[in-house]
Design a protein around this ligand. Structure first.
Ligand SMILES: [Zn+2]
Ligand SMILES: [Zn+2]
Length: 352
């Protein structure tokens, strides 16, 4: 198998060849046909996350050993089965649920495997979809997606799942209540589409890029506001008609979190998705006098992935644009994402 891998952080990916593993037990060997390119792949190449206050989290401290191939938005075709594998057949096309944990702790057993303290994520800790093939622990990591374009289905494993899980954490909301989304990159655009599929009509987007704001309007946002410079909070509140109860920050920088909290009214909830990095001063009494919640979220669980697939199959969820690039242009795809030169998602496609 061939893997476009991080060999050294902050360097272009290199093509590495390894012998194909022979699946044992319940393992399933999958040929990758499609793999989305996500912002966290950039962090993975860069090798660290900015935790704020001068602290960084290195990916190698999370259990990654280099070389390692990124890519966690994967659709593939089953090409070999371990002797005890069940529930899938050779030739089946499946979405790979990449958020592999230990499989035996309380979190894993209660379908929160994405939160396991011993993560072994495909494309985040172990080799991922920027390769020709990968080994999946068993069939419970594979999901059928009949009727959905495989390039689009690949994006459900991270951007779709992450956006959906963030929305669910806002709790029950009136369909007409304004919802603030900060950041209209890949995941933000998916959230617009999902919210509309779930019956929400009042979606206020804030983004620093005019092009991304237009992308948000095209995806069905009710308003898209520039959040750069002075008066950003006022501009957002003018668009929403006042303080809001629900917001999701897909950027996650000090400035965007501060703006989001300022736009929330009493009992408002913000869900933090983006790992832009940094820290922020927070008035603690202000959080009590105007009670608000900040809820962190990361990816999602299997049931949420099933829900996203079902929403797409129902025709209600119409995912945003996908730009196809050949598998061997992984480095070019990462450059385009790094330069912000993408509307929606880049998906690497296997050449036939
Ligand atoms: Zn991702
Ligand atoms: Zn676990």
């Amino acid at each position: 198998m061939k893997l476009w891998s991080v060999v050294e952080n902050n360097k272009p990916l290199a093509l590495i060849e390894k012998p194909d593993p022979v699946p044992t037990g319940r393992q399933v060997f999958v040929e990758v046909t499609h793999c989305g390119v996500c912002h966290s792949d950039l962090h993975f190449v860069h090798g660290e996350f900015d935790l704020g206050g001068g602290q960084v989290l290195k990916v190698t401290d999370r259990g990654v050993t280099l070389p390692c191939a990124p890519g966690h938005e994967i659709v593939g075709r089953v090409t070999a089965l371990g002797p005890d594998a069940a529930g899938v057949e050779i030739g089946d096309e499946r979405i790979v649920y990449p958020w592999v944990g230990c499989g035996s702790c309380e979190l894993c057993l209660s379908d929160d495997e994405n939160l396991c303290y011993q993560p072994r994520g495909i494309g985040t800790i172990q080799d991922g979809g920027f390769g020709s093939h990968l080994l999946v622990p068993n069939e419970t990591y594979l999901f059928p997606f009949d009727g959905v374009d495989p390039a689009v289905a690949a994006t459900f494993a991270c951007s779709g799942l992450t956006a959906y899980s963030a929305i669910r954490k806002l709790g029950e909301l009136d369909p007409d209540a304004p919802i603030l989304l900060v950041g209209a990159g890949g995941v933000g655009l998916v959230a617009i589409n999902l919210l509309r599929a779930m019956g929400h009509s009042n979606i206020i987007v804030a983004d620093v890029s005019a092009e991304k704001r237009q992308g948000a309007r095209d995806a069905g946002a009710s308003a898209a506001v520039d959040n750069t410079g002075e008066g950003a909070v006022e501009r957002v509140l003018e668009a929403s008609g006042g303080l809001m109860q629900a917001a999701i920050d897909f950027v996650g920088k000090s400035a965007t979190v501060a703006l989001t909290l300022d736009c929330l009214g009493k009992k408002g909830k913000m869900v933090l998705v983006g790992v832009g990095g940094g820290e922020m001063p927070l008035s603690l009494p202000a959080l009590i006098f105007r009670p608000r919640s900040i809820i962190g979220t990361i990816t999602g669980n299997r049931q949420e992935l099933r829900d996203v697939i079902a929403l797409a199959q129902s025709g209600k969820f119409k995912p945003g644009p996908v730009t196809l690039m050949p598998k061997d242009s992984a480095n070019e795809a990462l450059d385009r994402l790094r330069n912000g030169d993408v509307i929606g998602r880049i998906v690497l496609e296997r050449a036939d």
